[in-house]
Design a protein around this ligand. Structure first.
Ligand SMILES: [Ca+2]
Ligand SMILES: [Ca+2]
Length: 178
């Protein structure tokens, strides 16, 4: 795939109609003429590109003002079709888009990022990548949880035993006093 959907910004701070954009990226070397290409959202709203070229290794931001495509803040799909009507790329998110966060490509995956990079290479904080990674690795997280519970239970057991021993010593001491 040479031209891809690279970033979706559905829920900007302030007016959505002014801040929203869809960014596409040409990851090839050659210029691509986007005349007749179209963007579509989940509701079937279409925007046909005119007189737009995208250079190799370059970005193109399509703002809502231009496309008239209003992106849902709660679950959305974006489709990119070539002039011939071939589906070139499709990207979707589920659930609520946090205000001010962008849904952006990193390699073959998408992550939510606070770093909104309209028309530029996507950026992420390390924490975001780590969080998303651990969510993606659900099984590993599941394996970690019982260990944590075990540790808590062991701690409780030790406390109970220590309290019991202390009571025993105390009772003997009291007896000796008598
Ligand atoms: Ca929106
Ligand atoms: Ca970007």
């Amino acid at each position: 795939m040479v031209v891809v959907i690279n970033e979706i910004f559905p829920n900007p701070k302030g007016k959505d109609s002014e801040g929203e954009f869809i960014e596409i990226y040409n990851n090839g070397k050659d210029k691509v003429n986007l005349l007749g290409w179209r963007i579509e959202d989940k509701s079937g709203k279409k925007f046909v590109l005119k007189n737009k070229e995208i250079q190799g290794d370059n970005f193109l931001s399509l703002k809502q003002e231009e496309t008239k495509i209003s992106l849902n803040n709660n679950g959305e799909s974006v489709f990119l079709y070539s002039k011939e009507g071939k589906l070139i790329d499709k990207k979707e998110f589920f659930g609520v888009a946090e205000e001010g966060k962008s849904f952006a490509r990193k390699g073959e995956k998408f992550f939510w990022t606070e770093k909104v990079t309209e028309g530029k290479a996507n950026e992420f904080t390390e924490e975001i990548l780590k969080d998303n990674f651990s969510t993606a690795q659900g099984e590993e997280k599941y394996l970690v949880r019982p260990v944590v519970i075990d540790a808590v239970l062991a701690g409780v057991a030790v406390s109970v035993i220590m309290a019991f021993v202390a009571a025993l010593i105390l009772s003997k001491f009291i007896k000796a006093e008598e």
